[in-house]
Design a protein around this ligand. Structure first.
Ligand SMILES: Nc1ncnc2c1ncn2[C@@H]1O[C@H](COP(=O)(O)OP(=O)(O)OP(=O)(O)O)[C@@H](O)[C@H]1O
Length: 240
């Protein structure tokens, strides 16, 4: 469970997140949507301390990760993150990309890491690409490898920051299908996305951010059939 309590974040004089309080339960899938610059990525990045909150607390499974003495590396081990740009290591094969962190951080043997990698690559339909280098993969394939690389660390929580925004349209579906199937495994996931149909289908909860405020939180059915918030209503009129 993730408890966010009065979270605020400023960059210099610009306050980007304002007093966000919410709880995300185990297995919940949250889609974070809202206009450009509303603070969606910053909110996500605070959850694994890629950005440090200016005020407020974040508690994950009972542990306050915003305390000064927090071991940030340890916190991040339990939280996978997938970015818009895949950030695969270009000089390593798909297999080595996936095995690198489990071997280095978790101390797994090469054999153990490879077994896990093969199992995950099978899940995303890419086992035949295990020895390929990233430059030989399509954008959709790279993103699926990036997802597998995160999953190989066996995280409790997965964060996705616009995972399909850099993809050609025909590759969006293959990546969303992987995320959708992951949602069905009971993984806790927070996804910043511009894919409204996906948010509607895959999420349990929609968060709508406006100017750094969490102005609406609703289940997808309620939200997409008529948001309470006026700004959310106008936003949906434009994007749907
Ligand atoms: N590292 C940073 N330093 C300074 N300002 C930042 C930084 N990161 C984000 N911002 C600013 O914070 C605001 C919110 O940015 P953020 O990327 O969180 O919004 P977003 O809702 O994810 O936007 P988009 O949908 O366009 O990706 C923006 O005004 C942005 O310029």
């Amino acid at each position: 469970m993730i408890k966010v309590n009065h979270l605020s974040k400023s960059f210099g004089k610009q306050q980007v997140l304002h007093d966000i309080t919410t709880t995300i339960t185990q297995g919940e899938v949250v889609a974070v949507i809202g206009p450009s610059g509303s603070g969606k990525s910053t909110f996500l990045r605070c959850l694994n301390l890629l950005e440090s909150p200016t005020a407020g607390t974040i508690t994950i499974n009972g542990k306050n990760i915003t305390e000064p003495k927090t071991n940030i590396a340890q916190v991040r081990q339990g939280i996978g993150m997938v970015f818009q740009h895949f950030y695969l290591f270009p000089h390593m094969s798909v297999m080595d990309n996936i095995c690198f962190a489990p071997m280095k951080v978790k101390g797994w043997s090469r054999e153990q890491a490879r077994r896990k990698a093969v199992e995950l690559l099978e899940r995303v339909g890419l086992v035949d690409k295990a020895e390929a280098y990233p430059s030989k993969l399509s954008g959709g394939q790279k993103q699926r490898v990036a997802i597998v690389r995160s999953l190989a660390m066996e995280p409790d929580i997965m964060l996705f920051d616009e995972p399909t925004s850099a993809l050609d349209p025909e590759m969006v579906k293959e990546v969303l299908d992987v995320i959708r199937s992951l949602a069905q495994t009971g993984m806790t996931m927070i996804i910043v996305t511009h894919e409204m149909r996906f948010a509607q289908e895959a999420a349990n909860t929609i968060y709508f951010l406006e100017n750094g405020r969490l102005v609406e939180k609703a289940n997808p059915q309620q939200f997409f059939s008529g948001p309470q918030n006026e700004r959310a209503r106008r936003f949906l009129e434009k994007v749907l």
